[in-house]
Design a binder for this molecule. Structure first.
Ligand code: F6P
Length: 323
C-alpha cells in the first residue's frame, strides 16, 4: 500500500440530487491536496464488505450534472451494531483510510459519530431532499426536489383548472414540511399541511375553500407533506365537505431524481471541499453546514442534538396570500 494518507467517501440513506457533485468535489479536492481517495459503494455496507475502489481525477468526470449517486447508497442494519462499527473501522485501517466523508442525513451522521469513536475521523455533509438537518439551513438536494415538485404541480394545475377540480398533492418530507411549504407558496396552493403545524380540516381548510369559492374560484391545490399522513382521507373529506370533485396525486420518488439544479451543484461542491479541508487538518467528528449562506461546521453530537426551527414567518405569509 502507498505511504500516502487516504480518505474515503460514501453516500448513505436516501439519495439526493447533488450527491454526485459533492463526491466529485471531495475526490478532486483530496487528490489535489496529495491524498489518496477511496470510493465506498452502498454506504456503510461497502466498508463492511470491502466494496471499495481507488479513485482518480477521472473517476468523477461527467457526474456533476447527474442525479442519484455513482457510489450507490443504502441504509445498513449490520453497521448499526457495535460489531459493525468496529468491522468498518478495521476495513478503514487496512486501507490506510484516516478519514471518511459521509454524505447523507441524520442517521448517516450517527454512523459517522460512531466511526469517529473508533479512531477514524469522519465529516458529514447534509445530503437529503427533505431539508431536515437542524444544524444547516440547507441540505443538498432540496432545491432540485422543490423545483421538480413545482413543475409537476404546475402540470396538475392545468388539468385541475380544466375540470374545476381540487387537486390534493402529497409531497415528500417525513418529519419536515419544508418541501410542502416552499412548493405550496410557489404554486399558489390554497392550503399547505405540514407535520410541524397542527391543523383541523374543518376549521383550517374547508372555510378557506368555501370563502374563495364565493369569490369565483373553482379549482384548488392543496399540498400535503408526506409526514402528515392520510392524504387519501384528506382528499375524500375535502370532496365530501365542499362538493368539489377532488383527485389525489402522490408525487413520490420523482422528487428524488433528475439533474441537480445550479444551487445544489454549487452548495454540494463547496461542502465537499470544506469536508476535505477539515480532514486534511486532522479534524473529524464534524458536520459541514450552511448558516446565513456561509459554509460552516459543527460537532456531530452537538448537531444531532439541535432542534429544527420551522419557518413560521413563511408559513404565515402563505396563509395570508392563499385566498
Ligand atoms: O429522506 C428522504 C426521503 O425521500 C423522505 O422524504 C421519504 O420519506 C423517504 O426518503 C423515502 O424513503 P425510501 O426511498 O426508502 O422509500
Amino acid at each position: 500500500m502507498s505511504e500516502k494518507k487516504a480518505i474515503a467517501v460514501l453516500t448513505s440513506g436516501g439519495d439526493a440530487p447533488g450527491m454526485n457533485a459533492a463526491v466529485r468535489a471531495v475526490a478532486r479536492a483530496a487528490l489535489c491536496k496529495g491524498l489518496r481517495v477511496i470510493g465506498v459503494h452502498r454506504g456503510y455496507n461497502g466498508l463492511l464488505n470491502g466494496d471499495v475502489f481507488e479513485m482518480n481525477l477521472r473517476s468523477v468526470s461527467d457526474i456533476i450534472h447527474r442525479g442519484g449517486t455513482i457510489l450507490y447508497t443504502a441504509r445498513s442494519e449490520e453497521y448499526n451494531t457495535p460489531e459493525g462499527v468496529k468491522k468498518a473501522a478495521a476495513t478503514c485501517r487496512e486501507l490506510g483510510v484516516v478519514g471518511v466523508v459521509v454524505i447523507g442525513g441524520d442517521g448517516s451522521f450517527r454512523g459517522a459519530r460512531d466511526l469517529t469513536g473508533q479512531g477514524i475521523l469522519c465529516v458529514g455533509i447534509p445530503g437529503t431532499i427533505d431539508n431536515d438537518i437542524a444544524c444547516s439551513e440547507y441540505t443538498v438536494g432540496f432545491d432540485t426536489a422543490m423545483n421538480t415538485a413545482m413543475e409537476m404541480i404546475d402540470r396538475i394545475r392545468d388539468t385541475a383548472q380544466s375540470h374545476d377540480r381540487c387537486s390534493v398533492i402529497e409531497v415528500m418530507g417525513r418529519r419536515c414540511g419544508d418541501i410542502a411549504l416552499q412548493t405550496g407558496i410557489a404554486v399558489g396552493a390554497t392550503a399547505i399541511l405540514v407535520p410541524e403545524k397542527k391543523f383541523d380540516l374543518e376549521k383550517d381548510v374547508i372555510p378557506r375553500m368555501i370563502a374563495t369559492q364565493k369569490t369565483g374560484k373553482k379549482h384548488f391545490i392543496v399540498i400535503v407533506a408526506e409526514g402528515v399522513g392520510n392524504s387519501a382521507d384528506i382528499a375524500k373529506y375535502i370532496e365530501r365537505r365542499t362538493g368539489v370533485e377532488t383527485r389525489l396525486t402522490v408525487l413520490g420518488h420523482v422528487q428524488r431524481g433528475g439533474m441537480p439544479t445550479l444551487r445544489d451543484r454549487v452548495v454540494a461542491s463547496a461542502m465537499g471541499y470544506k469536508a476535505v479541508e477539515l480532514l486534511n487538518q486532522g479534524i473529524g467528528n464534524r458536520v459541514v453546514a450552511m448558516n446565513n449562506g456561509k459554509i460552516v461546521d459543527y460537532d456531530i453530537t452537538e448537531a444531532l442534538n439541535m432542534e429544527r426551527v420551522f419557518d413560521e414567518e413563511l408559513y404565515n405569509i402563505a396563509l395570508d396570500i392563499s385566498i
